[in-house]
Write a protein that binds this ligand. Sequence first.
Ligand SMILES: [Zn+2]
Length: 84
Amino acid sequence: MNAPMKAPCSECKGKLRRKTIRQEFERGGVKVRISGIKAWVCAQCGEIYFEPGGADRVSEAVNCLFALAVVERQSKGKLDARVS
Ligand SMILES: [Zn+2]
């Protein structure tokens, strides 16, 4: 699962570096943030590439956070999730 990404950035052909990133999502005024996601980031343009299947898992987690935010009526709050 730790194979290096050989392909360069498809946007600018820059080198990809493995980084731990943080992403914020907003839906209907609710913000959720997930940090500690491992991804490949282009050193030149900052384009983010997830591991195979990684993007699906992130969007799944984001959907869960939004669902939780609705249940908790945290319409003006912010939910945080950290992956470690
Ligand atoms: Zn790039």
